[in-house]
Every structure is written in structure tokens, then in C-alpha cells.
Unconditional design. Structure first.
Length: 262
């Protein structure tokens, strides 16, 4: 009974993790429409008891200094005979699984691997609907990666690592200003009007509605992200460019200001 309860609890946690990932402004700006979420590369692999995939049967890497590396000393000497630049600790050669471990590769379990991507909107954050849907307006950068032995654990670990790296945010709830929330609570995005002389209604854009596109939300997230230790540690060389992109937030169109000041 406890196992069944624990399994159900894990599945619910995995569902919540997936929803979090789908709604994060850094990794899911809704430009790809992926069945998982935009910034995910996902792969299932058959692995041995050591967690190595089937591909390691023919090729697996051994580095100089690894346990048992001296058995392949002649290969290292041949590989790096004329190489004066590669440091000793980075030297490696490809061997078969059986050569490295002394036994054949045997299937043991399936692993679920993931790599994430975070996005940065490089276009005009206040542009009309559609510009944020253009792939060319988004830069892509590598985020957390990892894996687990079950699909549910993979989603849970992915969400946990994304929270640590990119914060715990929901694209549908966070980074909206109080003025935007107030305005859009009072003004729907579309207006309905009855068609003259006919049954039915027509839709038209509400001129008083203030659009908050995903590109705008993404840059507001980036403004927060730039100040984090994770960004400073891993993306120090890009921060200058990130700040130039964030500066577009200051160029608020006058008509937008007028609507929000009503």
C-alpha cells in the first residue's frame, strides 16, 4: 500500500514539475510548441549496471590517471607522440567496453537523460503580437543537464535544477507590473459586438488592452538573472551583451505608458 501511495505521490510531483517547466520564462517562451517544453532535449537510453549506454560497447573513453589506464599506456604514447600541447590530465583514448572493464556490456536498466536550453529575446519587447514568435529573435544558451532511472525522477530533477539556475517563476503569473494586471483585469484583449442585421457576434482587438508578450516577460526575467551568482559564474563573458538586451526594457512606447497611467 505504501509503495502505491509513494508512486502516486511521485507522479503528482512529476506533473507539477512539468507544469513548472512549461511555464518558466527562461526555458519555455512558447516559440517551439514542444510536447514537453521548449528548452528540452530528451533521450531514453539502455544502460549497463555502470550507467553507460549501449554505444559504449565499441567506444568508451579512458583518461590518463583513471583506474587501469596503464594497461593502455602504449596507446597513449602513440596517440600523443607528437602532441606537445594537451596536458597530461586531459589525455584520453577510446577503448571498447570489454577492454576497459574486463567484461561484456550487459543491459541492466533504462535511463532518462535531459539537457535544457534557456532563451533570451533579442527583438523589440514591445512589438505587436507575432515578433516574439519568430525564431530569429531568440538567442539560445545551454542550461542544466542530467538524468535519472525513471521518467518521473527525470522531470523532478530537471525542475529542481532549473529552479536553482533560473529561479522559481511562472510565465503566466510573475513579472507583470501591478499596472498591467489592473489594466488587463478591466480590459479584455478582445471585444465582442453583435453583427448588424445578423445573428452572431464579431471579435475585435481592444485598443485599451496592454499586451504582455513572452519576449517582454523573458527580458524581465533576464534582468533578474543577470544579478544571480549562477549567471555571474557561468555566463560572465555574456553579461555585457545581456545587459544591452535588457536595456530595451527602458524604451517603453508612449502609447503604452498612456494606457497604463489611465
Amino acid at each position: 500500500m505504501n509503495n502505491k501511495k509513494n508512486d502516486q505521490s511521485k507522479r503528482i510531483k512529476a506533473i507539477n514539475s512539468l507544469e513548472f517547466l512549461r511555464n518558466h520564462p527562461a526555458i519555455s517562451p512558447d516559440i517551439l510548441g514542444d510536447s514537453h517544453f521548449d528548452g528540452l532535449w530528451f533521450h531514453m537510453a539502455k544502460c549497463c549496471k555502470r550507467g553507460l549506454s549501449e554505444g559504449s560497447k565499441k567506444f568508451t573513453t579512458i583518461y590518463k590517471g583513471d583506474k587501469g589506464w596503464k594497461r593502455f599506456k602504449d596507446r597513449f604514447e602513440k596517440e600523443y607522440k607528437d602532441d606537445k600541447e594537451t596536458t597530461s590530465s586531459l589525455q584520453s583514448v577510446e577503448v571498447t567496453y570489454e577492454e576497459k572493464f574486463g567484461e561484456p556490456w550487459v543491459f541492466d536498466h533504462v535511463e532518462y537523460w535531459y539537457e535544457t536550453t534557456f532563451f533570451i529575446f533579442e527583438g523589440n519587447p514591445y512589438a505587436d503580437v507575432g515578433e516574439h514568435m519568430d525564431y530569429k529573435n531568440w538567442g539560445r544558451y545551454a542550461g542544466p543537464e542530467g538524468g535519472a532511472n525513471t521518467y518521473e525522477d527525470m522531470l523532478i530533477r530537471c525542475a529542481r535544477n532549473v529552479k536553482r539556475a533560473f529561479g522559481s517563476f511562472d510565465i503566466n503569473k510573475d513579472f507583470y507590473t501591478p499596472e498591467e494586471k489592473k489594466n488587463n483585469k478591466e480590459n479584455r484583449s478582445f471585444l465582442t459586438s453583435q453583427i448588424e442585421g445578423r445573428k452572431g457576434y464579431s471579435l475585435s482587438s481592444n485598443p485599451n488592452y496592454v499586451s504582455v508578450e513572452n519576449g517582454l516577460v523573458n527580458l524581465r526575467w533576464l534582468k533578474w538573472f543577470i544579478e544571480t551568482d549562477y549567471c555571474k559564474k557561468n555566463w560572465d563573458c555574456n553579461i555585457k551583451d545581456f545587459k544591452k538586451t535588457v536595456a530595451k526594457l527602458d524604451k517603453i512606447p508612449k502609447k503604452r505608458v498612456a494606457k497604463l497611467e489611465k
